[in-house]
Design a protein around this ligand. Structure first.
Ligand code: ACO
Ligand code: LMR
Length: 264
């Protein structure tokens, strides 16, 4: 019989050996003919299945809303400084991407993890928030540098509106709203941020779509797929900032002395 040589790599998401490449078994031509979008491609390559239209639309809205947030945020700042140091596109992009983490844009997975755990254990917002405080952990998905209780993040409101209109259930996000009500009673900057909105709404998408088993949801949350949405989205803006600096022929950046407190 045939002898199969052992392989060094296993891959399950795409195949380029046939007449045309396939994403999770779906040929390129079908993707184009059916007018699929980036949300469908993300569904195929990340979740290995086609998701209903409202889910792929939600994914695309996340990508569009997180594509950029101006030049002052950590990621754009790094990218701008790197581009002005004469570095190439990829260097400028990754320099910005490297700032994505627990404080900036990379709190989506932890928001999903902690809010899911708290909701599933039926913790009241008080028990959840005070429990986190005792452990010395900031609640991921809560807090913002410039957004406030009286100046909410429009992106969060748009995501909430879309989900309340199209999702079968928004129970995890509504729990996060209750948590936000409690944190806002403590300080005005402790609003639900875009990471918290995406993290909890993605839990609702996974649980409500009927497309994922409980075990698959646990795996997605524990591996941490969701920061990928912010990384992907913000890459669009960071690439834009790189082109902007090159187009403007900006010189090497040097931070002004006046803006540094030199002290012993
Ligand atoms: N949970 C509990 N308490 C908080 C939180 C939080 N998420 N955020 C701030 N606080 C409280 C703390 O008491 C903090 O005091 P501490 O420094 O002793 O812990 C106090 O508010 C003041 O916090 P600041 O450090 O002034 O807040 P800052 O404006 O610097 O932080 C930040 C903003 C980094 C977003 C913060 O709120 C945080 O860590 N949030 C959790 C991580 C997160 O969700 N990041 C994503 C932000 S959205 C985005 O990047 C796209
Ligand atoms: C962002 O999307 O970059 C922000 O929410 C962070 C910020 O401070 O504006």
């Amino acid at each position: 019989g045939k002898v199969r040589a052992p392989t060094h790599i296993i891959s399950t998401i795409s195949d380029d050996r046939g007449e045309e490449p396939c994403y999770a078994g779906v040929p390129m031509s079908t993707i184009v003919e059916k007018g699929m979008g980036v949300g469908d491609v993300i569904s195929l390559l990340w979740f290995k299945r086609s998701l209903p239209r409202y889910c792929t639309q939600f994914i695309e809205i996340c990508v569009m809303l997180c594509a950029d947030h101006g030049p002052c945020v950590s990621g754009a700042h790094n990218t701008i400084v790197t581009a002005r140091a004469g570095k190439d596109l990829v260097s400028s992009l990754v320099s910005g991407l490297l700032t994505i983490g627990p404080r900036f844009g990379g709190a989506v997975d932890d928001a999903a993890r902690y809010f899911k755990d708290a909701y599933d254990r039926k913790l009241s917002p008080y028990e959840f928030v005070e429990g986190m405080k005792k452990k010395g952990i900031r609640v991921p998905g809560i807090g913002h540098r410039i957004k406030r209780g009286d100046n909410r993040d429009k992106r969060v409101e748009l995501l909430q509106l879309f989900a309340r209109t199209h999702f079968p259930s928004t129970k995890y996000m509504e729990y996060a709203v209750e948590v936000e009500t409690y944190t806002l009673s403590k300080a005005n900057n402790l609003v639900m941020n875009v990471d918290g909105a995406i993290g909890t709404l993605f839990l609702d998408l996974l649980a409500g779509s009927g497309m994922f088993s409980k075990q698959e949801i646990d795996e997605i949350v524990s591996i941490g797929y969701l920061n990928g949405l912010f990384v992907l989205a913000r890459s669009i803006g960071l690439i834009g900032h790189t082109f902007d600096q090159k187009r403007l022929k900006q010189p090497l950046y040097r931070h002004p002395w006046e803006d540094v407190l030199y002290t012993k």
